[in-house]
Design a protein around this ligand. Structure first.
Ligand code: SF4
Length: 322
């Protein structure tokens, strides 16, 4: 059984933790609920932290003189300076954070699709493509980490990417700074990285080889940057098919014609988005066990995060970044 670390994740407090929304309500998220057993959550409610009560009048983003302000939706009171200084100070004080789950569409916490208004009062929004003020600070400072909102995490592909990135980055940060540890990490992640970005996989491999004889600290720092780039976008179906075919090659000569045909048929179902990737990786993992392929069994591609967090439900909402 693979052992996984407990990532440290900052979460908007109104998601499953406290009744702190402007109207005194709480947001339910099955995913966050389930994650409580597997990650250490650090909760924050920026609006309460800047002194707004519960319940309170709603705030909104308003554009004025090319700036985006956080104003009381009705009376226009400006909370931007407090939110700016809270966000900056709070985020500077965070240590060893591996990810964020923020409340969707909130003018404070929303990472995207937040409504922007031209003024306060009963008027329609002029766009819905902004980030909340606190979220903007998070994105500017920690853009390399796993950051999502609870709404987008109902999408299977977005959720799997978030978990894969979160656990891989956490595993990396837990390595002791020894060259052997990095070699093993890179080798165990080979097929996972190949599915994400083959050219960045090669760059990471060169960093590990360290032909320039850089110090171990320099190597880790360079590798960290390569890792961030590997996870900049989700893995594509075509890249996953390439990896699946690579792995199939290990067993090819041991399989019957019918077994191979069945696998290739499933591959086509995956290509046409009729079944999820896990169907294929499960077949390959069971063959790795059957033929005792030690190198394959240590690949994180089969289990990039705890199996208990695997859930194939899919709202289909949210745009996937590829
Ligand atoms: S969205 Fe953010 S600011 Fe609003 S209630 Fe939730 S945690 Fe607080």
């Amino acid at each position: 059984m693979t052992e996984f670390p407990r990532p440290r994740v900052v979460v908007s407090k109104c998601i499953e933790f406290d009744y702190c929304r402007y109207n005194g309500s709480i947001i339910s998220s099955q995913f966050v609920q389930k994650l409580k057993d597997y990650v250490d959550f650090i909760t924050v409610c920026p609006e309460v932290e800047i002194g707004l009560g519960i319940p309170r009048e709603a705030v909104r983003l308003v554009t004025r003189d090319d700036k985006i302000l956080l104003l009381n939706s009705m009376n226009g009171e400006d909370h931007t300076p407090e939110m700016n200084s809270f966000s900056s100070e709070y985020l500077s004080g965070l240590k060893n954070i591996n990810g964020f789950i923020l409340k969707s569409r909130s003018p404070s916490c929303g990472i995207k699709e937040v409504k922007l208004y031209g003024q306060t009062g009963k008027v329609p929004a002029i766009s819905s493509k902004s980030s909340g003020i606190f979220a903007k600070y998070v994105l500017d400072r920690f853009n390399y980490l796993a950051i999502e909102d609870e709404g987008r995490l109902t999408n299977l592909q977005i959720r799997q990417h978030f978990l894969t990135k979160l656990y891989t980055l956490t595993n990396f940060e837990m390595l002791e700074h020894k060259s052997g540890e990095l070699v093993t990490f890179h080798s165990q992640n080979k097929y996972l990285f190949m599915a994400y970005n083959q050219s960045k996989l090669k760059i990471a491999g060169k960093i590990v080889a360290n032909h320039q004889h850089n110090s171990i600290e320099e190597v880790f720092q360079e590798y960290r940057q390569a890792l961030y780039q590997i996870f900049q976008s989700t893995s594509r179906i075509g890249s996953n098919i390439n990896v699946l075919m690579h792995i199939l090659g290990y067993f090819s000569k041991h399989l019957s014609v019918n077994e191979k045909a069945h696998f290739l048929e499933q591959l086509e179902f995956y290509r046409s988005k009729r079944i999820p990737l896990i169907v294929l990786t499960s077949i390959l993992k069971s063959w790795s066990l059957r033929f005792d392929m030690a190198y394959l069994l240590q690949q994180t591609y089969f289990d990039p995060f705890p199996a208990e967090l695997m859930d194939t439900s899919n709202s289909g909402k949210g745009r996937v970044n590829i």
